[in-house]
Design a protein. Sequence first.
Length: 489
Amino acid sequence: MRQLISRIRAAISQLIYKRILLAVTILFCVGVGVAMANMSSLSSTLIESQALQNATLYAQAVKEARTLYSSDVVYPLNTANTINFTHDYNPTKVTIPVPASFLIELGKNITQKNPEVSLRLYSNYPFPWRREEGGVRDDFERQAIKYLTQNPTQKFFRREDFRGKPAFRYAEADILTSSCVNCHNTHRDSPKTDWQVGDVRGILEITQPLESITQNTQSELKNLFLLLVGLSVLGVTGLSLAISRLRQNAKQLEQRVWERTAQLQETNVELVKEQEKSDRLLLNILPESIAAKLKDGQSSIADGFAEVTILFADIVGFTVLSSQISPEELLKFLNEIFSAFDSLTEKYGLEKIKTIGDAYMVVGGLPNPSTNHAESIAEMALDMQEELAKFNAKHHAGINIRIGINTGPAIAGVIGTKKFIYDLWGDAVNTASRMESHGISGAIQVTQSTYDLLQNKYLFEDRGIIHIKGKGDMNTYLLAGRLVSAVSV
């Protein structure tokens, strides 16, 4: 049975182990899938972020170049009235472009040197000769100029195909400054003459390809993804090894538990056996109810009983016999006699109190009170005579027994903490003892109180009044036998 249970547990453990590994593998695959999805989203975000940063730097550099050109070139020369500045710039003529034209020409040069990058300035109000190249060309530019006119401090950008390739288009407002208002409002070819400081006169747009940024970003993310996958594989492997180790430890622990449990079971069996021995020994010394009280922890046990019947018996002639046989044989004979008396005690539900040498003491009516304690004691006394007659016939002995019985109140309890006994006290006990010591060999002497309870059920002989030591004159009776059909014990 134990081996079957062990096999079942091992099978369950193996199944759980496989399930755990399967769950870990599934979680790993799900984690890889989630990571790939997040990598894709992260890639798009990083590409857009990098492109936006590049475009912002481009725009900042162009604006700084225009500002520097305007402050350090155009303004000093224009103040001296020595150089002709024009919007209609032509490199073949001896002219210098105004800042806006400079910016347009700069954008052309950048675009020519790097065709994949487009930098241009456009407006809803280009000069007549720049209408074709300086006006709005597509939907992005229309949306950009509309949005930035309303939100001049914001940025406008998005990803879209440009010239057949993925690109990032970035636009920001070119805001009119105070130094340029007068020129724009007074120029004879100006398409608008009511400009004010802060108006959006145009849009600076920078378009850059995403191919190189995408490749670099995806390459870095791929390396990161591979690193994460490697770490995950190592983690899963480590977890599997840890689970395997834990499983081995669990098996070893389970085996130890089985062994320890078996040892404990064996120990418990031994303890139960020892407990049963102790209980049997205790019950040989004490009544069952009194033993139960002691085991419950009660240290002081004493009970009073209104009426009990006590019997004392003493073997007459045993002293002479003890001088004729060996101690071993003497003990054997005495044990045989008292064992027969013990059987009678159990038969009639009486309580053996003690033996003192060749004397035997038994009581009826305690520790569990009864109404027929006198009859039970009388029956036992008559049977004790019969048992002794059987012993004499068996061993060709001539010993006899003297029995005394009394009925009355008594106190019963446990005395001492070592070699304790369940004993009786009271005048009724002393009187019963006197009935035995002042009795006749081979006879059963009873007091008046016992006679009163048994006179209608047993045969008695009136012994008359005798003097009892410590009690004075007492009328006693000798129990001679049973009345036919009168006793039902």
